[in-house]
Design a binder for this molecule. Sequence first.
Ligand SMILES: N[C@@H](CCC(=O)N[C@@H](CS)C(=O)NCC(=O)O)C(=O)O
Length: 225
Amino acid sequence: MTDLILHLHPLSSYCHKVLIGLYEKGIPFEPSVVNLGDPQARQSYAELWPTAKIPLLEDRAAGRVVPETSIMLEYLDRLHPGAPALFPADPELQLQARLWDRLFDQYVMTPMQRIVADRLRPEGQRDETSVREARQLLDMAYGMAERQLAAQPWAAGPAFTVADCAAAPSLFYAHILQPFGPQHAALAAYFERLLQRASVQRVLQEAKPWLQYFPYADQVPARFL
Ligand SMILES: N[C@@H](CCC(=O)N[C@@H](CS)C(=O)NCC(=O)O)C(=O)O
C-alpha cells in the first residue's frame, strides 16, 4: 500500500499533468477515480477540498491533501528529490519553469477547456464570442511557445520540468481543437518530442478507452485512438 492517493479522472488534462510528473519520477501512488457527474460523489469529494476540482493529491502519511496541480508537482518533487527535478535547483531555470507552467495552464489549458465546455452546453446556450476569444488566445499562445521552443528542447530550457508536464496535456487537447499551422514548426516538433516521453505515452495509453467520451472525439487523430 502506498501513502499517496491521486483523485482523478482518466480523461482530464489537469490529471494528466500530475500523472506525467508521477511517472517521470517513478513515484508509487494509488489512483482513485472521481465521478463529478454524480451529485453525491461530488459533495463528498468537495469535503476533501472545496473547489472539488480534479486532480487532488492525498498524502495519508502526512494526513493532508495537496490541491492545485503545480503545487502537487512541487510537493512531489520535494517528497522525492531524486531526478528528474521538475523544479530545477538553478533559480533562473526554476523561474522559467514556473513561468511556462503558468503560461501553459492559463493560455492553453484554460481556453482549451472553455471551447470544450461550450460544446457540452445545449444548442442555444452556446457562446460563439467566448469560443472565438478562446481560439484567439490559443493562437497567441502557440505563437509565444513557437518563439520559446525555437531555441531549446524543453519549455523552460535544457531539461524536462513542471512546464512540460503542463504543456503535454494542454497541447494534446488544444491541437485537436485547433491544429498547429505551418508557422508553428518548432512547437509541432516539441509536441512530437513530448509524445516520445515514456510518461506521456503511458498517460495517453491509459486515456485511450476514454477518448470516445471527449466532446471532440470525432476530431482526434487516428494515431491516438
Ligand atoms: N487550477 C486547477 C485546475 C483543475 C481543473 O480545472 N480541473 C478540471 C478537470 S481538467 C475540473 O476539475 N473540472 C471539473 C469542474 O470544474 O467541475 C489545478 O491546477 O489543479
